[in-house]
Design a protein around this ligand. Structure first.
Ligand SMILES: *Cc1c(COP(=O)(O)O)cnc(C)c1O
Length: 495
């Protein structure tokens, strides 16, 4: 059954004269608007053109509209690379405590000691998980963390009078890696993967020289595979005088099990909104703290919270800006609300809990991978970490069913689609990340839906989905010619 709720625009629902509130008759002399605002300063004389509706009309419209959305709270959401794990509601309550949300960042530090302690402990916990001692909480997302850390690397090389211009990354890298490198002023060098989907050591070595600034690597990588040669990779990069950047978007697979600083990373970012349960999607907010090794610390963006003991022996938390800081990349401490949710998560689970969460994430992914092996094989790797990249190439070749068809049809079964066509190195890629917060029942139901879809008539699948208000919008047109205002000749039908 097609969902017909909220498919009309609020402007189409408008009925002249409808109101949400009725005001009593005016009991003071009325002033003509021309006396108050001269015509030259007014935009229009015929009102703002807003729809006219009753309060129930408005509430129903927006509430029904909200139910058309898929979210972690309403649907299984195996969107690979994004770690759409459940966001515990307890974190929302704690991060929303009045003592936290009512603080103003310009209050004196002596009046913010509680918040500063939380942020200080968050720095410590992230440093511990990273295996890297110095942490800046500032960046607002993973991509901004990458940029900030690359600027730190730049400043470090400058301080050593070294001119290093190139940032290297594997072809499976997330698009933000080359984007950040380019914005930070580096030249981008892309490596082909080995046939097994890992970094090709020979390719890497051939590119390393005294122009190499940073090698960026995601571990486990975007194919969901742990880069087992990571120590050798780091050694070669270090021997060439470069730095190793670990893209920490996949920390959900390894948190508490192994640490980037221990396997050769010099810098990394966390995606608090992915790994540590910040609610995300719809454009943010996020938090992308970075952790770096000791000799890079003095370049970090500040402020950083430091812990001292005053003359009376009391613990005090102060703000410090590192000596050679690259400057702020965000105001104050970035998106503190998300950092607080991450803090609650880490304190709730503790060291053993986060290790257990990582293990369950890996177990869930491998279980689902094995359920799908007959229809959606995984070209790279016998086992995966927290996610896997399956290929619909066989279904495409033999039955004319593409990854896109499957993703669209899954919506009718009440599942959010996996990431498709990324990474680019797998044909008809379906990148599936179930996360540890899903039950075996959910994973079984998802696999069953995929098996049903694989047996469906390809012609039928090409038109899917059938249950959503809009079936197959023109993706390019929706992005290039968005309809952002209403007029009767906008031609909505052409959507
Ligand atoms: C999500 C992601 C990023 C970017 O992080 P944002 O927080 O979305 O800016 C970088 N690398 C990988 C592998 C990712 O999955």
């Amino acid at each position: 059954m097609r969902n017909t709720l909220a498919t009309e625009l609020i402007f189409e629902l408008s009925q002249s004269g409808r109101r949400a509130a009725c005001y009593p008759d005016c009991d003071v002399p009325q002033q003509p608007i021309d006396d108050l605002i001269p015509a030259a300063y007014r935009f229009q004389d015929d009102g703002p053109g807003l729809p006219e509706l009753t309060e129930p009309d408005v509430i129903r419209h927006f509430l029904n509209l909200s139910t058309l959305n898929m979210s972690v709270d309403t649907h299984f959401y195996p969107l690979g690379s994004c770690t759409m794990k459940y966001n515990p509601k307890r974190h929302e309550r704690l991060a929303g405590l009045p003592g936290l949300v009512d603080l103003h960042p310009y209050q004196r530090t002596c009046d913010q000691q509680g918040m500063l302690r939380l942020l200080h402990d968050m720095q410590d916990m992230l440093g511990e998980i990273a295996g890297l001692p110095a942490v800046s909480l500032q960046p607002a997302a993973g991509a901004q963390g990458e940029l900030a850390a690359l600027l730190v690397a730049s400043a470090w090389f400058r301080s050593r009078n070294e001119t290093r211009t190139r940032v290297i990354f594997p072809c499976s890298a997330h698009g933000t890696n080359p984007a950040s490198a380019a914005i930070a002023g580096f030249q981008c060098v892309q490596l082909n993967n080995s046939p097994g989907g890992l970094v090709d050591l020979d390719e890497l070595t051939a590119q390393l020289d005294n122009s190499t600034a940073v090698f960026m690597i995601t571990n486990p990588n975007t194919l969901g595979l742990f880069e087992t040669q990571i120590e050798e990779i780091a050694k070669r990069v270090h021997d060439a005088g470069g730095l190793v950047y670990i893209d920490g978007a996949n920390m959900n697979a390894i948190m508490g099990v192994t640490r980037p600083g221990d396997f050769g990373g010099d810098m990394m970012h966390f995606n608090v909104h992915k790994t540590f349960t910040g609610p995300h999607g719809g454009g943010g907010p996020g938090a992308g703290p970075i952790a770096v090794r000791e000799d890079l610390a003095k370049f970090l963006p500040g402020p950083i919270v430091s812990r001292t003991t005053d003359d009376n022996g009391y613990t005090r938390f102060e703000l410090e800006t590192p000596a050679n800081s690259i400057g702020r990349v965000r105001s104050h401490f970035g998106n503190v609300g998300i950092l607080l949710r991450g803090y609650c998560y880490l304190r709730t689970l503790g060291p053993d809990g986060i290790r257990q969460a990582a293990r369950h994430a890996v177990l869930n992914a491998n279980y689902l991978k094995s359920l799908l092996a007959d229809i959606l094989p995984v070209p790279n790797g016998e086992y995966c970490m927290h996610e896997f990249v399956a290929s619909a190439a066989n279904l495409k070749d033999n039955r004319d069913i593409s990854a896109l068809d499957i993703a669209k049809r899954l919506l009718d079964f009440g599942f959010h689609a996996p990431t498709i066509y990324f990474p680019l190195v797998v044909p008809e890629a379906m990148m599936i990340e179930p996360t540890e917060t899903e039950s075996k029942l959910t994973l079984d139901a998802f696999a069953e839906a995929l098996h049903k879809i694989a047996d469906e008539d390809p012609e039928f699948l090409h038109q899917a989905p059938y249950e959503t208000p809009v079936s197959r919008p023109d993706d390019v047109k929706a992005a290039r010619q968005p309809i952002l205002s209403w007029s009767t000749d906008d031609g909505r039908d052409s959507l």
